[in-house]
Design a protein around this ligand. Sequence first.
Ligand code: NAD
Ligand code: UGA
Length: 462
Amino acid sequence: IGAGYVGGPTMSVIADKCPNIKVTVIDIDDKKISSWNDVDLRNLPIFEPGLKEVIERCRNKNLFFSSDIKKSISEADMIFISVNTPTKNKGFGAGYASDLKWVESSARQVAEFSQGHTIIVEKSTVPVKTAELIQEILKSSSSSDEYKKTFSVLSSPEFLAEGTAIKDLENPDRVLIGGEDQNAMESLSNIYKNWIPKEKILKTNIWSSELSKLTANAFLAQRVSSINAISALCETTGAEISEVVMAIGSDKRIGSKFLSPSPGFGGSCFKKDILNLVYLCRFYGLNDVANYWEQVMFMNNWQKHRISSLIIQKLFGTVSSKKILILGFSFKPETNDTRESPAIEICKDLIENGAELLINDPKVSKVQIEIELGLKEFENNNRNIGKWQFITDINKAAENADAIVIVTEWEEYKNLNWRKLSDLLRKPSWIFDTRGIIPISLLKELNSYYWQIGSPSKNYND
Ligand code: NAD
Ligand code: UGA
């Protein structure tokens, strides 16, 4: 249930690896299901490297995308709930707690339409104890139905990252199965065993499984906030973040991964999962623990606004009517997902201060940017603010722009002709590299001032 960023790729890989299992992915969004069924594979609702190939191999063989919720549920022996669990935006817990209405509606659909024995697997990221809610809903249906229905609820959270979803699903560090019913756990484990070595299939109690997912995301996000905090200190002290990363990352206890400084973490999950963890801690009276994790979020917000304000400050304290080329709008490369992308806040801050943004992204559409910025291309809603436009020709856009800001580290941006681009800019010009993708040696040769995250910058007075 749920044909999104998790349900689509996860179930496609299960179908690919288990040709003898029939997989049906359902969604309440009929348009999304039509896109998953589109003969032109360029129109799949999400972009993930390797996904097209998997769909091509399995679709309409043992992988189906359907809007027929009733029939699909009634035929299923095992159901993965992969629906959205965003932060609540109103009511109790607003701004922190997860909104479980989609999980609840899925459970109610299962309760209504399932037949015989059904194993329900929580794939969505949920607060600890959500399985209890699902069990409660299912229990009410099993007792009232004249045909006996039975259920087993398991937790098997998904750890894939966008942009590498297929690789992560095909070769995960581990999969987690939390539950009490040993038979149901064995059935799910048998599916994973088709391609995952059994020592990577970890079994825990259901609450540990639910909590491990929130904890994994909190730890990952914490690393990003930690390195981003140090990036600011590097800039003021003359230390180089890349050297610090190399030095600390070679300690096996710290490890070298997930230490790239950035304009802040984005994506649909880190923010919502940390906020959810904070909510849970407060709910259980652990206020100091809640405050500790909330700092990870504060640091992330601080980093985004630190960058937009330093851009303004370096451009003589005003960006009013200045043209700024923004490279990248997705929250990371190799995805068209813009949810919580740091580009959103940075662009909003610059537009609010009067800038004219020229935004490029290899995969994000103009319409998506309009939605995220809440502002149509070329418009400023008659407010005294700047505006933005979508551009595809980076060289042309650079002509007479005042600055370039690299926000997402797409591979193609690393390979641009930076000397030429720098020459095209109106002087004095600036290059802001928020991801550290241009070698400092090259930046030093350019005909522009520069700021690179976590490194000493080249300013007017240098
Ligand atoms: P998404 O919004 O892309 O997809 C969820 C889909 O579920 C939507 O298409 C929605 O229409 C559908 N849906 C909602 N209620 C439904 C119902 N009752 N019946 C049928 N369909 C229904 O969300 P996502 O990014 O795939 O995330 C899903 C869950 O997985 C979340 O809990 C998220 O935290 C978790 N997760 C996401 C990622 C990621 O990289 N995006 C990774 C790991 C875990
Ligand atoms: C993240 C986790 O990595 C997945 O394991 C998890 O399943 C998923 O969240 C989820 O629950 O949704 P994702 O958000 O897709 O995956 O992407 P990441 O690669 O984790 O990147 C998240 C953000 O952190 C991006 O904006 C990225 O640019 C940023 N980041 C990442 C850094 O700033 N520095 C780093 O070193 C790594």
